[in-house]
Design a protein around this ligand. Structure first.
Ligand SMILES: NC(=O)CC[C@H](N)C(=O)O
Length: 729
């Protein structure tokens, strides 16, 4: 009998919610307790130093060594009051996670003792020996120089005894080796391009920020049950497991009362997140059993990305304290909803205008339409690339079912906005702009309700949905670094806005009044990007055919989707916006292909191990029991009667043999296929081989394992079942 499984099930069942020490202050008071935010900067830095740092944060001004030294000194003083002994450059390599190497403040004092020091030099730049991170061939291990450099726009924070300094991670030769560096470049590109376009409407605008509000979905599984599933432990998802009889059919989990043990986890997590300055706001049960969601208030994009990365590591830590493991994988369980991280994206000006929100006047609405239509154009022109930006071996399992968008990028606008765009398309420019009144101009743009947010209908199958004052990029996966999607989107929009300005200015130079020039170009774009607009059911077969007819990217193979980073249009876009060079794009793709291969490779090995060490032995043991019974029946009953009475058992014995044979043969075949694929030198070709030959085998083998799970005596089955993983909390 399987003891581990029953022990962990029993323990999980008896688990109680943890007592949480709720701070006596209100959240607004402990918010940012562990962040060196402006309030602390003001307190710990001399006034002129504070001013210089604020300038660096707001306007990207350079900081000289002297100022950096003083900033470091203030930071150190603040951190030491919190008991901090170490510092680290905290960065985001191409692994989807974060990286940190802690150093103590201590230095020799030259008199045989120690003193604690933290200079501007250490704050601003470091050369971590980080040669083992994926770099796609930009750095050879024998010349592993790469350095991390402080990003003053994201405040430093304290975790435990360590002062964490958000940094970019760059090769000595200047190429980015992380997500932050290209993200900052993309944000600067979109700022520059959008400010220029804003000047058509308001010359006062000096800065445009991209905003991001992510929605983090996740599963919680009891830690004991998790430990008894090698596949969860090593791959983050279940590679086998038959659906439970009840899963999410009744939709009774969604928005339901939060289970007490989970509520304790959430409270603890939220307190710690708020202390780290992450403005967490919303929590609820998601659709799948044991699935939950957490969402903050939207923030400036770079900060939001850092906060999401920080939150994911905090979630992992806090879950352990509560006897849970958090699953951030996009599809940990077959047959129920996967987890996304919908990225709510918008642009806003330093004058307080949300550019994706309709305004009161016709001119404000023209500005709104200008930004919406340019976004649609960018998404249309780079739909394949945007898909590549969210694609991974793990997210591939999620797309196309259970309320996750399909692997074809399209945009849902809803009835109201579609009507406005259709009207503009159908009317002539003259009809839209007429002379009149004392303002000298009248715009015939249908009134748009200011509060579209409450009016827009929703479409859960849309990868890029307009939701009233922002776009929701729903295709982003729960485990991903949002930066990947945000780099591609902001860069594409930046390129598009530059293009738009060029066209409008061209017309103005030819004597066209500004407003009608804008309208003319917008009308042209509305026609051109029409194929990206789709409000229907993204899961239907008709849409797949229709999307292909419209020329949208319909590729579903993950390694081939990565090719979209290297098309001439993508390279041109990234290079013209200064976000990434061709060399960087090529290197990153090497990493993507290699990571893809390794993930499937690990899954294949884990499944092979499960089959040989858990499933087949248990199935055979049960089969032997049945055979024993058949023999014994013969000794109790006459031959004919024994045969009749044992017919069912004989059928099961045969079924077990058939499934076990299939499984063993295919695991062997999978090992052989891997050997062949592993010999392929090109990372791209190898990933394709893994996608085309090995990944499907995992599914085929799984089918037979899941059948065995239904037949074999439950007492003997060693691996926690779906009903246990999904319903014990
Ligand atoms: N209710 C929802 O929005 C579900 C979303 C779904 N979990 C996804 O994968 O994106």
């Amino acid at each position: 009998m399987s003891e581990l499984r029953f022990n962990v099930v029993e323990k999980a069942f008896r688990a109680k919610p943890l007592e949480i020490a709720v701070p006596s202050e209100r959240p607004a008071e402990y918010f940012g307790k562990y962040v060196f935010n402006r309030e602390k900067m003001f307190k710990y830095l001399p006034a002129p130093v504070y001013a210089r740092l604020a300038d660096a944060m707001d306007n990207g001004a350079a900081l000289d060594r002297e100022v950096a030294d003083q900033v470091a000194e203030g930071m150190k003083r603040w951190a030491m009051e919190l008991g901090v002994t170490h510092y680290t450059h905290w960065f985001q390599p191409l692994t989807e996670g974060t990286a940190e190497k802690h150093d103590a403040f201590i230095e020799h004092d030259g008199k045989g003792g120690m003193l604690e020091e933290f200079s501007g030099k250490l704050l601003v730049q470091q050369e971590p020996d980080a040669s083992s991170f994926p770099n796609g061939g930009i750095r050879n291990t024998f010349e592993a120089r790469g350095y991390s450099a402080w990003d003053p726009s994201s405040p430093v924070f304290v975790v435990d005894d360590t002062l964490c300094i958000p940094t970019v991670f760059i090769a000595y030769t200047g190429e980015s080796l992380d997500y932050k560096a290209p993200l900052l470049k993309a944000l600067s590109a979109v700022n520059k391009a959008a400010v220029e376009v804003c000047h058509y409407f308001d010359p006062e605008v000096k800065k445009v920020m991209a905003y991001l509000g992510w929605e983090q979905e996740y599963f919680l599984v009891d830690a004991g049950l998790y430990a008894a599933r090698p596949d969860l432990l090593l791959t983050g998802r279940t590679l086998m497991g038959h659906e439970a009889s009840k899963n999410q059919q009744l939709e009774d989990h969604y928005f339901g009362a939060i289970p007490t043990r989970v509520a304790a986890f959430m409270k603890d997590l939220e307190i710690q997140a708020l202390e780290l300055g992450i403005p967490v706001k919303t929590r609820h049960n998601e659709v799948a059993p044991n699935q939950f969601e957490l969402a903050p208030i939207f923030e400036e994009c770079n900060l939001a990305v850092d906060h999401n990365m920080l939150l994911m590591s905090l979630m992992r830590k806090v879950a352990r304290t509560h006897g849970f493991r958090v699953l951030l994988h996009e599809k940990p369980f077959k047959g129920v909803n996967g987890s996304g991280k919908h990225n709510n994206w918008s642009l806003g000006t330093d004058t307080g205008v949300l550019l994706m929100a309709p305004g009161k006047t016709a001119e404000e609405n023209l500005r709104f339409i200008t930004f919406v239509v340019n976004t649609l154009m960018a998404v249309y022109r780079h739909n394949g690339l945007l898909k590549a930006s969210i694609m991974s071996a793990t997210n591939a399992h999620r797309l196309g079912a259970n309320e996750a968008p399909p692997a074809i990028i399209s945009s849902f606008l809803g009835k109201q906005l579609s009507k406005v765009l259709d009207h503009m398309e159908e009317s002539s420019t003259d009809e839209l702009v007429s002379l009149g009144g004392k303002h000298g101009m009248k715009l015939d743009i249908p009134q748009i309700p200011e509060l579209l947010i409450d009016n827009t209908d929703r479409n859960r199958t849309s990868p890029f949905a307009f939701t009233g004052n922002r776009f929701e990029f729903r295709a982003v996966g729960s485990e991903a670094n949002c930066a990947s999607a945000m780099i591609a989107l902001n860069a594409a929009v930046a390129e598009q806005l530059v293009e738009f300005k060029k066209e409008v200015d061209g017309l103005v130079e030819k004597g066209e009044p500004k407003i009608s020039a804008i309208i003319q170009v917008i009308r042209k774009y509305i026609k051109e990007c029409k194929p990206i607009r789709f409000d229907g059911n993204g899961y239907s077969e008709e849409w797949k055919a229709e999307a292909a007819r419209r020329g949208l990217d319909c590729e579903t193979s993950c390694p081939l989707i990565f090719d979209r980073y290297l098309t001439p249009e993508s390279i041109r876009m990234f290079e013209s916006t200064g976000v990434m060079t061709q060399k960087e794009l090529e290197a990153r793709n090497e990493v993507k292909w290699e990571t893809y291969t390794k993930k499937i490779q690990i899954e294949a090995r884990v499944l092979g191990d499960l089959v040989m060490n858990h499933i087949v032995p248990v199935a055979t043991e049960y089969q032997t029991k049945l055979i024993d019974n058949v023999y014994k029946m013969k000794s109790v009953f006459a031959e004919e009667e024994a045969r009749t009475l044992s017919a069912e058992n004989m059928a099961i014995i045969r079924k077990i043999a058939e499934h076990a044979t299939y499984i063993k043969e295919h695991v062997d075949a999978m090992v052989e296929a891997r050997k062949v694929a592993n010999k392929i030198a090109s990372e791209r070709e190898k990933a394709i081989a893994y996608h085309d030959t090995i990944a499907p085998m995992l599914e085929e083998i799984r089918y037979h394992i899941d059948k065995l799970e239904l037949i074999v005596d439950d007492r003997m089955w060693t691996l926690p079942k779906y009903r246990e993983l999904l319903f014990i909390r």
